[in-house]
Design a protein around this ligand. Sequence first.
Ligand SMILES: CC(C)(COP(=O)(O)OP(=O)(O)OC[C@H]1O[C@@H](n2cnc3c(N)ncnc32)[C@H](O)[C@@H]1OP(=O)(O)O)[C@@H](O)C(=O)NCCC(=O)NCCS
Length: 165
Amino acid sequence: MDISYKKNTISKEVLKNFLIQNDKFFITPLSEGLCILDYAEKIYRNAEIFEAYCNNELVGILCMYANNKLAGYAYITLIMVIPNFRNRKIASVLMNNAVNYAKENGFFRIGLNVSPYNKTAIKLYENNGFKFKKIYMEKSMKNPSGGGEKKRENNEYSFFCSLII
Ligand SMILES: CC(C)(COP(=O)(O)OP(=O)(O)OC[C@H]1O[C@@H](n2cnc3c(N)ncnc32)[C@H](O)[C@@H]1OP(=O)(O)O)[C@@H](O)C(=O)NCCC(=O)NCCS
């Protein structure tokens, strides 16, 4: 099976649909913590998007903010490979492409957050040299607009990991 890798070729519509369709495959769905359409807009405007395709179908994506050149610090906000294409190193190649891009553009550190329950993602990050730095904790608050509390049990804390490049 031939996988081709591209960067920043995706349209905003395809990005939005990809996130909506694959939301349920995250340990904690994105939609439980944010508005997917707003998030897609933010990524589309600000992130470098590394894409994996099989026969023109988008099968994997990695989104990295690499705007803070002064600090030399980039941040991976999203990585996702669709279920039928997992365990074929697609995420590893996307990660490698992102790391190379960051290196070539003068960044010297990449950060990301991962849930302690996400064993596959932790394995992927460790394989690629990321080290645990600290635990990020949060407390869910009642939504003042009356919308109720978002259900985010799996997300009450996450590991912050960092890779020196
Ligand atoms: C995390 C994710 C991107 C990995 O994609 P992928 O293309 O399958 O990743 P790779 O094939 O490059 O590597 C996966 C590694 O995890 C390992 N792995 C797979 N299932 C595992 C499990 N249940 N426990 C531990 N490790 C596991 C694989 O063996 C592989 O390691 P190896 O290369 O040493 O054999 C994919 O599972 C995914 O999209 N998950 C849902 C979205 C998500 O959780 N994103 C991360 C949010 S922080």
